[in-house]
Ligand binder design. Structure first.
Ligand code: MSP
Length: 640
């Protein structure tokens, strides 16, 4: 049987995951579960992209090696996906030896086939996108992300991308849905039709990458390296027979990507594969961006929200449901916690959850927990059939929101049906048969909804299934789902609220509080290992001094940061500190603090910071507590 094999982008490890990353991974998880419920074998791969200048710089700023940095952040991605119950089948890190083996093999194939030559590049480069811009002046904004580009001048190996224009155009023509949605396809067509230039696939001015075999002062360009992760992650490049069989069985993949990386996936990647004589992907599906305050949620804009507080307060299922229901797949969508809580209450607590608890309570009360037998309502049965058909068609076309809407039409239809039938008036001899019919219909509708919603709300669907007293799980084949397939003598299970109603203001406050704690989590840093000692000279390199805060003010647009001026005896320093949530600025002037005086200057939210304030990191969330000395300690005194 052919396997449905899907990939998410391999996320950069320059910072820990935010909701934007979670969105892609949740979509991949949902699609994979859905495919399984169509009776297909399905798997998805995710992982982390760990080489390149962006990561090298992030590690330098943290004062640790790129590998240590990548180890910590990659573990955070994996931990987050595990907490959210995202059931990836493969996880690849591009710093794993099995990945290097695959990359080396593909590079060798390209070389053998004559698609690689040596040249030089001098021009703008965007570190944030890891992109050679090719034209314009260094310093100009990157056409993709808008950040200033930098001049790169180096000797490179080039890939003959120009040789593939015709074959790529032919591919897009022969397979019109190779790139979805249509708008992205047109963008790519325009790009390729304008003529392709050869691309540099190595760097010499950075060292954090996979060395070019036989010419080790070059490392491979991070995008060349990373795309191959889709193959190395399933066994390509390994000599073991089992690995070979696995990748050959799974490949080619569907690639799910954010819209900003469509070109890499639709142009470079198929061309690399053509050059390596490997099968091309089945297709590329691009989704839009999650916006927050109308801008792309991203670390560099500084407007990210984390999945974790939402999971803790509303549960992973509520987050999945919201993202898939609220955002029209393929388009950008604004994220708002207010909308999240509103939808939770309306659709999950008052909608699905309430239908479940009312129905189960009535079966307990009127029929002592036994599901009545006999006929069910034909109109409701038809509505359920329609929900099932619509969900299949819409999910197959990645239109999750419309598919879910159809299930909520079934839920609303059931609510109306119960309001009309007034089952609480039927608990008498004359009403017996009708009450049986109403309760059975509601029970069957719930059973059907649990199966249909299992790909999106896996935990809640399982919980409902158990409450319905049904064997196995709701992950049943959706195509073959029979409305009335319930064993005689069926009894309901133990019931409980699926989605307790949430008080809006309190919930929003709680989300905010947890979000604040999340942001205070310590950034990757070298962990002092108990068994590793440093020499006194190492400690002496850190210039720790007593300082006195002169002024403190908030930084516009950055909730967590304060701009301080600190007298350190010999001079007054401007320092940006992430303590705004724990300290009011008015309380700080006159206070003695400890600062690290010899850190390289850096900019936070555009404000220069010359040093760092030392704080104890308290509790799981690492809330900052300023470290101090008696108030008569002179400014500038060194700590040794
Ligand atoms: N490392 C590359 C991808 C290499 S694939 C071989 C990269 N990484 S990334 O960390 O920047 O992740 C980009 C992906 O994360 C996007 O394509 C998208 O899937 C997801 N998202 C990151 N921010 C997002 C939003 N604000 N909204 C939606 N998705 C977002 O690019």
């Amino acid at each position: 049987m052919e396997t449905f094999f899907l990939t998410t982008p391999l996320y950069y490890v320059n910072a820990r995951p935010h909701l934007g990353h979670a969105y892609s991974t949740i979509v991949a998880d949902t699609m994979t579960r859905f495919q399984r419920q169509l009776g297909r074998e399905a798997a998805f791969l995710t992982g982390t992209d760990e080489h390149g200048q962006k990561i090298q710089r992030a590690a330098e700023a943290a004062g640790i090696s790129p590998q240590q940095f990548a180890d910590q952040v990659s573990a955070q991605f994996r931990q987050e996906w595990d907490r959210l119950g995202l059931d990836y089948s493969f996880y690849i890190r591009t710093t794993e030896p099995r990945h290097t083996a695959a990359v080396t093999e593909i590079f060798a194939r390209l070389q053998k086939n004559g698609y690689i030559y040596k040249g030089s590049y001098s021009g703008p480069y965007c570190v944030s996108c890891e992109l050679f811009i090719g034209e314009g002046q260094p310093g100009n904004p990157c056409p993709t992300c808008g950040k200033p580009t930098e001049l790169v001048t180096e000797e490179n190996y080039y890939f003959k991308l120009s040789a593939f224009s015709d074959r790529l155009l032919e591919l897009y023509r022969a397979q019109p849905d190779f790139i979805r949605p249509e708008s992205r396809r047109n963008e790519v067509l325009g790009f390729v039709e304008a003529g392709l230039k050869d691309v540099s696939i190595t760097r010499t001015s950075i060292h954090w990458g996979i060395p070019v075999p036989g010419d080790e002062k070059h490392v491979l360009y991070v995008w060349f390296d990373a795309l191959i992760g889709y193959l190395s992650g399933i066994g390509y490049g390994s000599p073991a027979a089992a690995d070979q069989q696995r990748w050959q069985k799974l490949w080619p993949a569907w690639h799910l990507v954010g819209k900003e990386i469509v070109r890499f996936h639709c142009v470079y990647w198929p061309a690399f594969l053509m050059a390596a004589e490997l099968p091309l992907p089945r297709g590329i599906i691009a989704h839009g961006w999650l916006l927050f305050d109308e801008q792309k949620m991203s670390k560099s804009v500084g407007n990210v929200l984390r999945p974790e507080p939402i999971r803790q307060v509303l549960g992973a299922d509520a987050l999945r449901y919201f993202l898939l229901r609220e955002i029209s797949f393929g388009q950008d969508g604004n994220f708002s916690t207010t909308a999240l809580v509103t939808r939770y209450n309306a659709d999950l607590a008052n909608g699905w959850g309430n239908l479940a608890s009312r129905t189960l309570a009535m079966i307990a009360k009127y029929r002592d927990g036994a599901v009545p037998e006999g006929e069910s309502d034909a109109a409701m049965r038809e509505l359920a059939g329609q929900a099932r058909r619509t969900l299949i068609a819409e999910f197959e076309g990645w239109q999750f929101s419309r598919g879910l809407e159809a299930v909520w039409q079934l839920i609303a239809g059931m609510d109306r049906y119960l309001a009309e039938q007034r089952p609480w008036t039927l608990d008498n001899d004359a009403g017996r048969a009708q009450l049986d019919r109403v309760l059975r219909t509601a029970y069957l509708a719930l059973r059907c909804s649990a199966v249909l919603l299992a790909p999106v709300l896996p935990e809640s669907a399982r919980a409902l299934w158990a409450q319905l007293g049904l064997p196995a799980g709701p992950e049943q084949n959706i195509e073959h789902l029979h409305w009335d397939d319930v064993a005689p003598g069926q009894r309901i299970g133990v019931t409980a609220a699926l989605f307790p109603r949430l008080e809006k203001e309190k919930t929003l406050e709680e989300l905010k509080r947890l979000e604040v704690m999340e942001e205070q989590l310590p950034a990757p840093a070298a962990k002092p290992a108990a068994d590793v000692h440093i020499a006194i000279d190492d400690f002496a390199k850190v210039d720790l001094r007593v300082g006195e805060v002169l002024t403190a003010e908030r930084i516009k647009g950055a909730d967590k940061l304060l701009k301080l001026t600190v007298d350190i005896g010999s001079e007054v320093r401007q320092i940006v500190a992430g303590i705004a949530l724990a300290y009011e600025p008015e309380t700080l002037p006159g206070r003695k603090v400890i600062i690290v005086a010899n850190l390289a200057p850096r900019k936070l939210r555009g404000v220069e910071s010359n040093g760092m304030i030392v704080a104890a990191s308290v509790g799981d969330a690492g809330a900052p507590v300023l470290v101090s000395v008696p108030s008569d300690t002179p400014n500038g005194a060194r700590l040794r």
